[in-house]
Design a protein around this ligand. Structure first.
Ligand SMILES: [Mn+2]
Length: 319
C-alpha cells in the first residue's frame, strides 16, 4: 500500500519535534479506532515520547486484551499538546469533540487525520486518507513502516485487531492483497492473532445472545429483496444489552440468500440508527445511507435520523 510520501515527510518532521502527543479515537469505539490509537501509542512510547490516548466513551470490556487499553483517558479537557492524531474518524463529529474543541479541525493545530472512510473531508492539517485501505490500522502500519519507527509485538497486536475487526475476520470484500500482506507483516512482528480471535469473535455475553436473538427473530425480507430487522429501546432494556453489543449482528442478517442489501434499524435515545451491509458487487450502500444524511463504505454504511420506531400493521381485503 502506497501512502502520499509528501504527507509522510511532513508528519515525520512534526513528529520529530513533538513530545506531548494526543491520540483521539471515535465515539462508540471499535477495534479499528482503538487498535490504531494504541498502535501509535506503543510506537511513540518506544521513541521516548509522551503519548496520551483518549475517547469520549469508555472502552468496551472485550478490548481488555489489547496492551495498554487501560491507559485511555475519558474525554479531553485541554489542547495543550504538540501533536494530535485522529484515527478512523470519517467525520469530525465522530470524535465527540467538534463542538467543545472546534480548533482541532480548523487546521491551525498540528493534527494528523488517519482514516479510510471515503466520506472523510480531510479535516486535518496532515491527512492520510486511503479509502482502499481495509482498516485505519493498515494506514497506521504503513506510516510507521515508511517512517521506520518501532513496531513492537504490543503495537502489532493492536494494529492487527483493527484489520481483523474491520474485515470481519478477513471475510468482508475489503480483504484485499494489501490487507493480507500487512496482516502477515504484523504476524511476523509477533502480533497475537489467537487472543484477537478468541476475545473478539469467540466470546459472546449472554445479554448479547439475547439481543441478537431478538434481531434475528425480527428479520424479514421485503419483496424488493432487502433484508431488514429492527431493535427497539425496549429490546435493549429487556435483554440488558447496550448499543455496542449490536456490533456484528448485521453480518448475520446480511447472510440471507439473495439479499440485495440488509438494514438494521436501531432505536437509540431520540434517533433511529440504520446500519447497512451488502455482499452484492453492484450495490453501493453508502449511496443509500447518504440519502438519509449518513455515509460510510460501499459495502458497509450507516445513518441516523431523528425519530422513533413504530410498528405498522397492514390489513387488506382479499376475496
Ligand atoms: Mn475503521
Amino acid at each position: 500500500m502506497k501512502l502520499d510520501q509528501n504527507e509522510i515527510q511532513k508528519i515525520g518532521h512534526t513528529l520529530k519535534k513533538a513530545d506531548r502527543i494526543l491520540i483521539v479515537s471515535h465515539k462508540s469505539p471499535d477495534g479499528d479506532t482503538v487498535g490504531s490509537a494504541l498502535g501509535l501509542y506503543h510506537s511513540f512510547k518506544a521513541m521516548g515520547k509522551s503519548p496520551t490516548v483518549t475517547c469520549i466513551d469508555s472502552m468496551p470490556p472485550e478490548f481488555s486484551f489489547m496492551p495498554s487499553v487501560d491507559q485511555y483517558q475519558l474525554g479531553m479537557d485541554h489542547l495543550n499538546y504538540d501533536l494530535f492524531f485522529i484515527v478512523d474518524c470519517g467525520a469530525t463529529h465522530l470524535t465527540g469533540l467538534n463542538e467543545s474543541h472546534p480548533q482541532l479541525f480548523d487546521k491551525t493545530l498540528e493534527v494528523v487525520n488517519i482514516d479510510h472512510h471515503p466520506t472523510n473531508t480531510h479535516y486535518g492539517k496532515y491527512n492520510l486518507v486511503v479509502d482502499k485501505a481495509a482498516s485505519a490500522t493498515m494506514i497506521v502500519y504503513q506510516m510507521l513502516a515508511d517512517l521506520q519507527l518501532p513496531i513492537s509485538r504490543q503495537s502489532a497486536t493492536c494494529l492487527l485487531t483493527g484489520l481483523y475487526t474491520d474485515t470481519g475476520s478477513f471475510m468482508h470484500s475489503n480483504t484485499n492483497v494489501d490487507a493480507l500482506m500487512i496482516a502477515a507483516r504484523l504476524l511476523a512482528k509477533g502480533a497475537d492473532l489467537r487472543s484477537i480471535s478468541k476475545e473478539i469473535f469467540n466470546t459472546t455475553k449472554i445479554s448479547t445472545m439475547r439481543l441478537w436473538g431478538r434481531v434475528l427473530k425480527n428479520t424479514y425480507q421485503t419483496p424488493e429483496g432487502v433484508t431488514m430487522s429492527v431493535v427497539s429501546k425496549k429490546d435493549f432494556q429487556e435483554t440488558g444489552a447496550d448499543y455496542s453489543e449490536m456490533t456484528g449482528v448485521v453480518d448475520y442478517v446480511n447472510s440471507v440468500p439473495n439479499s440485495k442489501y440488509s438494514v438494521i434499524l436501531t432505536e437509540r435515545d431520540d434517533v433511529v440508527k440504520g446500519s447497512l451491509r451488502t455482499l452484492k458487487d453492484d450495490v453501493d450502500v453508502s449511496a443509500i445511507a447518504s440519502q438519509y444524511g449518513g455515509g460510510g463504505h460501499v459495502k458497509a454504511a450507516g445513518f441516523a435520523v431523528k425519530g422513533r420506531l413504530e410498528k405498522e400493521v397492514r390489513w387488506k381485503v382479499v376475496d
